[in-house]
Design a protein around this ligand. Sequence first.
Ligand SMILES: [Zn+2]
Length: 432
Amino acid sequence: MLLLRRARVPAALLPPDLPRGAVDPLEPAVLCDVGLAGNEIVSVTPSSSAAAPAATAEIDAAGALVFPGFVDAHVHLDKTHTWHRAPNRTGTFWEAITSLANDKDNWTEADLLRRAGFALRTAYAHGTRVIRTHLDTGLPWSEVSHATMARLRAEWRGRIELQTIPLCGGADFVSDTGRKIADLAVRYGASALGGFLQMNPDLPAQIDGLLRLAQERGLGIDLHVDENDNPQAECLRLVAEGILRNGFTLPAVCGHCCSLAVQPRDRARSTIDLVKAAGLGIVSLPLCNVYLQDRRSAGTVFPRTPLWRGLTLVHDLLDAGVPVACASDNVRDAFYAFGDYDAAEVLVQSVRLAHLDVRLDAAVGAVTRTAADLVGLPTYGRVAPGSPAHLVVFGVQRFSELLSRPGSPRRIVNADGFAPAPLPDYAELQDR
Ligand SMILES: [Zn+2]
């Protein structure tokens, strides 16, 4: 057994029954000794106690901040790293849609392997252990995307758990296309069904159709909803109502939910109540939302400067007891020109953008514990016995330092000690 001594672990990610003193809300972490053997964490004890088990090897973390492997609950590996050939010159949502639609002919197995493989190595180097990717799914062209991700899932097993979710339009769920898409996705190991919903008179029927397909296959759902600033966009509300109407009890997640923040307060409150009653989890994508939302074209509006952040009502959802994760979403494509599959950066930027510094203890769960729960892997995202032996040791000791330096250096520790995890070089992505 390897013992990682004096690891400063976020309190919220430790076993609930671990003895600890009062936790400082500005520095919510506890100094611990963590035992690793094989693929699992086998012991967690406060460093102050004499109860640390005997070890065959030791590493002294010397008070460094230590996180469990991160969980990135919402990305798009099929679109990633296409910026050079499918950019978004206006930075708007609809140019992103058309730009990437025009790029799809390039999505061969070799192209997907190169881009998504680069993304997985990057995420792993940053400390990520679970990735859930949505995959644009139409018939029949998208089979190569699902097949390639299934191949990557097998190749990465034991290092990154790769989950896939088919992404199609809501109208597909009221035709036979929805069944074919669900069957295709399941054939290649999908973890849930998904979709990009838009307001329309058929939406309740579309949601009913989706829930029926998911129920028949014993799968949850993970949807894109309300990624705009239109107060009339209430797909989130309709999904919650649909879940309650159908008695759907499998896991259900909605991503984005931006328009909730521009709705009348009483309406937003009642939607949050419905979300809670429906057992929905929310994934916020702050980096992508800040980039795409409130884009203002030159010469058409005044002021041209963006006025809102595009985030959903993160605090209000948390206050209501709704689980909220934060994730990368798009990386270096027309929906988000930047990003690096760095969950620590997502956490740091989410804390800054959503003022999560006032609830830092809970906020760390957004890329760890809560995210793991939402993707159905409840042993992940924790530093607890039975959780994966995969820890991220930062080169800082305090949250204040991590939050000030998002690119803080870090090393990966497993039961064999420090594991090499080099960041891939962008030169690999250059067209030869
Ligand atoms: Zn997305």
